[in-house]
Design a protein around this ligand. Sequence first.
Ligand code: FES
Length: 106
Amino acid sequence: MPKITYIEHSGQSHTIEVPKELSVMEGALQNNIPGIDADCGGACACATCHVYVDEKWFDKLQKKEDAEQDMLDMAFEPKKFSRLACQITTTNELDGLVVKVPSKQA
Ligand code: FES
């Protein structure tokens, strides 16, 4: 099972196994990772699952759809490596993925 590391804004790190085909957001919710609220349930309509993807992993992710980019444009402090965790599907290739939670979601 792929391991995903979630790093809170405080620096607290959580490495958990997330079943393939779940989203990075779903993995966070099922493991009570602080700061990923997912208010819209994964419909790409809230940006409360905003994360900063570790730079070395960013290009390995599935490409963003326009709807995700539109939502990220409205997110708090989007950065170059921002993604919505609900739009990242966990795969074996993403074993070791690292994402950070923005300060606003602390
Ligand atoms: S859960 Fe709402 S945009 Fe990801």
